[in-house]
Design a protein around this ligand. Sequence first.
Ligand code: BTN
Length: 245
Amino acid sequence: PELQVKYNSEVESTNSLIKKKAKSGDYTPPLLLLAGEQTAGRGRRQRSWYSPAGGGLYFSLLLKPEVAPEELYIYTVLASLSIQHALQHFGFDADIKWPNDILLSDSKLAGILSELLDCGDSDNLVIIGSGINTHIEEFPREIADRATSLVREEGMAPPVEALMSRIIAEFRTNLEEVTRQEAREDLHKTWVEALGLGGCKIKIRTEQGLFSGTVQEISERGELIIDREGNLMHLDTGDIMNFYN
Ligand code: BTN
């Protein structure tokens, strides 16, 4: 089916609205919901996402997954690569930070929040939400040392519509591919290369605490595997505090 596109000038959270509307049957995949502003934008790990009007691009995609449950992470990979490539198209040299942050000059430019919508038996849906800071000039004090925007880094940003259509174009190409195992392996490989973490020593904060180790590999399920003096630790998510070769 064709991708439906919806726009709301103001929502609490595009992820939350999609969740609600998909549950009630109002929204069916594939669907893209964009918002001009979010009053209760959500980030990973119960954090909020600053989403002022005119400040950035806030959107969520509702998709029916076409991969096995353990491979769902590939949709976030797809999103981060699509965003990175779209930004590159406009001349911004953004990096991907595991698991799915987009950085510009080491500061956070965009984030991805993917959620699984449990619809009973087999019809689970995925929601991939992303916020990209394009025009924000001043961030709230709590995040000012970590966050950045295109305008802050480079003094200008493309119109959000142009950036969005580029992301959709990237996404469409990749989405068709994702059903093929070989293509998924290629996506995974491209992502792992973009992360550039192989062999790095890292310090990472997780819900279980702070850990240090050497990156062994990124698994087929997207986990970060670190070697801690001979013990391998598999991590699904976390905040990498710093890393060096
Ligand atoms: C993160 O890095 O913590 C993820 C941030 C995700 C923010 C986006 S903005 C659009 C979508 N709706 C939300 O409430 N959150 C995501």
